[in-house]
Ligand binder design. Structure first.
Ligand SMILES: Nc1ncnc2c1ncn2[C@@H]1O[C@H](COP(=O)(O)OP(=O)(O)OP(=O)(O)O)[C@@H](O)[C@H]1O
Length: 579
């Protein structure tokens, strides 16, 4: 839906041009003023030439033509192109800065935003809206201002030439404005629908790109193609309705414009016969009537297309306005220093926004260099517990202790410097293997990167890649196996060398050999770190210091493997489902 742009938002959009604003406005004015003057000069030359031809008096004509040619060269050959170039340059630089600014802002957004917003929508926001914004700063605003200046200039000149013919032109202009207004509303509604359907179409496309393997496996190509067909058919249907309405509107405008010219000619000739005007004035008014009419005919349309392109700007402003990730440090837990506990959940409850708590009054702890496992049925809340530690969500009830201090007393940077995280679905960036590992510690030397890769059992397969550590990984890690991706992520965690390591199903869906390599790497990591892991692997669980069984957001059992196996609780039932 196209949002109306408020004046304060318009001012903010313009202020995004920052210190170049004055030059931007000046260049816009010079360019539009040159256009307006071109038409006025043209009409006045027509008038003088025709009258001179009729009266055979050429004395003044030469002077007027010389003056007109010099003015034309100064305005339209020198000023206008230079002004346009400067204007474009400012727009390009502004868009460049906004693009980078939006990207920077997005990085600081809370996780809740990314979970709630479809990536396709975000993509469309950033790309379409910036393109629209560029159009708004450039062509759209240029059209509105040049139509205004040309229209006002032409109307004043017409009145100075002959007020009666000018009144007739303006009368017809007002009629065409009424006609255009009747079409504006349905056209606006159709444009809103087209924009909405286009968003849905982009979303389907992004879904297809990111989930192509699932689509193939589930054999749902046909269903998705049909959906894509339907939404694109809707776009085409609406486009056709828009074309039909525009065609009707345009033909009415042509008719009114034609009647205007015929009217000026007929009335002008009658006036000429009575000696009330001259031929040159009639022709000058015919030359100017188009610009004057545009004031009524096109200004509204140009203004609404400026408004709709600025609706992209509103969304960009929303992106720049959206709340950044809360930086904790609320002070609530400031003085609390918890000795011995590297990680501790103290009566923590959390909900994602619904009515029920996802995590219910949980107490978990891990001491220095302990390894703790979270096990339990799917959807119990294990990943949520890890994400709370990472500060992806704010803890409202209870407190989490990380490295002996409350999470609420730490900034996000401080908190995340203390934690290394290997997620269930490893993401690798579209850059070299080396850089992917180095993201764990940007200051690390090459030798440290290699050492981390060796410790993660990744060095050998990296060396077998076409360019070793300098091999560019396809975005998302396509072209590498699940185990290879996992080992690069573990190398990254090694390099980070944080005191706490969080692992979300580190060996899920791996073959025994890959699992063995990863287990070895993790055991190396465990020697000097506190590890909290979500896992379903029996072999892993048997070795950890403590197990927490999480069910429906609660800790239902806790203890060492040997203790839990001898109880007849949930763990005992789960053990049969573990590998
Ligand atoms: N972003 C979210 N918004 C709303 N609810 C969520 C969100 N993420 C998870 N949940 C819900 O919270 C509950 C716990 O999910 P969580 O992923 O923590 O479970 P889990 O024990 O890690 O499951 P699994 O073993 O299957 O990974 C589930 O009911 C899930 O639907």
């Amino acid at each position: 839906m196209i949002k109306k742009l408020r004046i304060d938002q318009f001012i903010r959009v313009m202020r995004l041009i920052e210190d170049k604003f004055f030059i931007y406005v000046l260049s816009l004015f010079i360019s539009t003023f040159s256009l307006a003057m071109y038409e006025i000069i043209n009409s006045l030359i027509n008038k003088e030439l025709l009258n001179a031809a009729v009266t055979q008096h050429y004395d003044l004509v030469y002077k007027i033509i010389i003056f007109a040619v010099i003015t034309f060269i100064i305005l339209n050959v020198v000023f206008d192109p230079v002004a346009r170039y400067i204007n474009r340059k400012i727009i390009r630089k502004t868009i460049f800065h906004i693009r980078v600014n939006v990207f920077r802002h997005l990085m600081d957004y809370p996780m809740t935003y990314f979970k709630a917003n479809h990536s396709g929508d975000l993509l469309s926001k950033v790309n379409n809206d910036l393109n629209q914004l560029e159009g708004a700063y450039g062509d759209n605003i240029h059209r509105v201002i040049s139509t205004l200046i040309q229209g006002i200039g032409a109307t004043i000149t017409m009145f100075l030439l002959d007020w009666r013919l000018a009144c007739m032109t303006i009368g017809l202009g007002i009629i065409s404005m009424v006609v255009n207004m009747a079409y504006a509303k349905p056209l606006g509604r159709i444009s809103d629908k087209i924009q909405k359907y286009t968003g849905t179409s982009t979303q389907y496309f992004t879904d297809i790109l990111s989930g192509i393997s699932i689509i193939k496996i589930c054999n749902i190509q046909k269903i998705l193609t049909n959906k894509y067909y339907e939404v694109n058919k809707d776009i085409t249907d609406e486009e056709m309705k828009k074309t039909a309405l525009n065609a009707q509107n345009n033909s009415l405008n042509f008719l009114i414009s034609f009647l205007n010219i015929i009217g000026i000619l007929c009335i002008g000739v009658i006036m000429f016969n009575y000696g009330l005007t001259d031929i040159g004035t009639i022709m000058a008014i015919i030359t100017l009537q188009n610009s004057s009419n545009n004031l009524f005919l096109r200004l509204g349309g140009f203004f609404s297309s400026l408004q709709s392109s600025l609706s992209g700007a509103v969304r960009i402003l929303e992106l720049l306005d959206n709340k950044k990730e809360p930086q904790m440090k609320s002070g609530i837990g400031e003085p609390s220093i918890y000795r011995n506990d590297i990680v501790a959940f103290k009566n923590v409850s959390f909900r994602y926004g619904g009515k029920n708590d996802t995590i219910k009054n949980i107490n978990i702890h891990a001491r220095k260099n302990e390894t703790v496992a979270l096990v339990g049925p799917s959807g119990g809340g294990k990943s949520t517990i890890l994400e709370l530690m990472l500060g992806f969500y704010t803890v409202e009830y209870g407190d989490i202790i990380i490295n002996e201090k409350s999470i609420k007393s730490k900034s996000m940077t401080e908190l995340r410097n203390e934690i290394a995280y290997v997620p269930q679905n490893v993401h690798l960036f579209g850059t070299t293997v080396e850089e992917n590992i180095r993201y764990g510690n940007l200051a690390a030397h090459d030798q440290e990167v290699i050492r981390a890769a060796k410790a993660a059992n990744a060095h050998d397969f990296i060396m077998a890649l076409p360019k070793g550590y300098q091999t560019i990984i396809e975005q998302g890690g396509e072209g590498l196996s699940g185990g290879q991706k996992q080992r690069i992520a573990i190398a990254r965690a090694f390099l980070k060398d944080a005191p706490i390591l969080l692992l979300d199903e580190p060996t899920s869906s791996l073959d025994t050999m890959s699992e063995g390599l990863i287990q070895q790497a993790l055991e190396r990591l465990a020697t000097e770190r506190t590890i909290i892991m979500n896992t379903h692997r029996l072999s892993t669980i048997q070795k950890v210091d403590r197990i927490y069984v999480i069910n429906q957001g609660e800790v239902v059992e806790a203890g060492h493997y040997n203790e839990l196996i001898n109880q007849s609780g949930l763990f005992n039932k789960l053990i049969y489902t573990m590998l």
